[in-house]
Design a protein around this ligand. Structure first.
Ligand code: DGL
Length: 261
């Protein structure tokens, strides 16, 4: 049995496009409906109940577009809402989780850093994962504060942004870290800036490839992979500004139209 309905992706904004980028590389026949809740971005400092409500709205929207599965392409929404979503909907959900496990296993200096939002660090998922996998590791956490806004407002190339990121990251360098875990889907868009600041021995861990491998496993297990070898269709929706999203999209694919909802 196959299922040629689209895969739904949502994020508080454009960050989940880092997941979309990986998805189309690995699963080119799967269609996608992407919803960016940019009008309510950032989710990071919001209360859990509010994030659950926003996530429910996003999922209902994606289900109205007949999505067969939903990727919660937002660490913050995963932390706050994935249990609720799994308990209240019949479809499967793929969530995000900061890659503390591989970073801890492969760290030679036994010192790693995780960059994420306040909401992600406050979630049970992060606490459980770090307690389980980072025993004996010097685990340095850093709230990204303005990073989501920098990506969401198209300010990546601004000199002030690089200055801000430098000030944020510099203290971590004194901690002998050799892995930097990106715990927010907006952050992979900052990798070029981060690479300018970090010495080459520090590996940046972007969880997108692991998330898409997990998606593929779940699609296979549930027999819902797309079996048509024809071009996939991509639809993009945003509750906020569509222009910046179109600009971010232009670095990923040719099609760039984003519909305001
Ligand atoms: N992309 C979201 C995440 O992965 C951004 C969070 C926010 O909106 O603050 O956490």
């Amino acid at each position: 049995m196959a299922n040629n309905n689209p895969i739904g992706i949502f994020d508080s904004g454009v960050g989940g496009l880092s997941i979309f980028k990986e998805l189309i590389k690995r699963l080119p026949y799967e269609s996608v409906v992407y919803f960016a809740d940019s009008a309510n971005c950032p989710y990071g400092p919001k209360q859990k109940d509010e994030i659950i409500n926003l996530s429910v709205k996003a999922v209902d929207f994606l289900l109205s577009k007949k999505c067969k599965i939903v990727i919660v392409a937002c660490n913050t929404a995963t932390a706050a809402a994935i249990s609720f979503l799994r308990n209240n909907y019949k479809i499967s959900f793929i969530g995000m989780e900061p890659a503390v496990k591989p970073a801890s296993i492969y760290s030679k200096t036994q010192s790693i850093a995780v960059l994420a939002t306040e909401g992600t660090f406050n979630g049970d998922l992060y606490k459980e994962t770090s307690e389980k996998y980072a025993k004996g590791i010097d685990l340095n956490i850093k709230v990204g504060d303005k990073l989501v806004g920098i990506v969401e407002n198209g300010l990546i190339e601004e000199p002030e942004s690089l200055e801000y990121i430098t000030d944020l990251i510099k203290p971590l360098l004194k901690k002998k870290i050799d892995k930097l875990v990106l715990g927010c889907t907006h952050y992979p868009f900052l990798i070029p800036a981060l690479r300018q600041i970090l010495p080459s021995y520090i590996e940046i861990i972007d969880p997108s490839p692991a998330v898409i491998r997990q998606l593929e496993r779940v699609l296979l297990e549930n027999n819902i992979l797309n079996n048509k070898n024809e071009n996939a269709k991509y639809d993009f929706f945003s509750s906020g500004d569509t222009h910046i999203m179109e600009k971010v999209l232009s670095s990923i694919i040719q099609q760039q139209e984003v519909i305001k909802v």
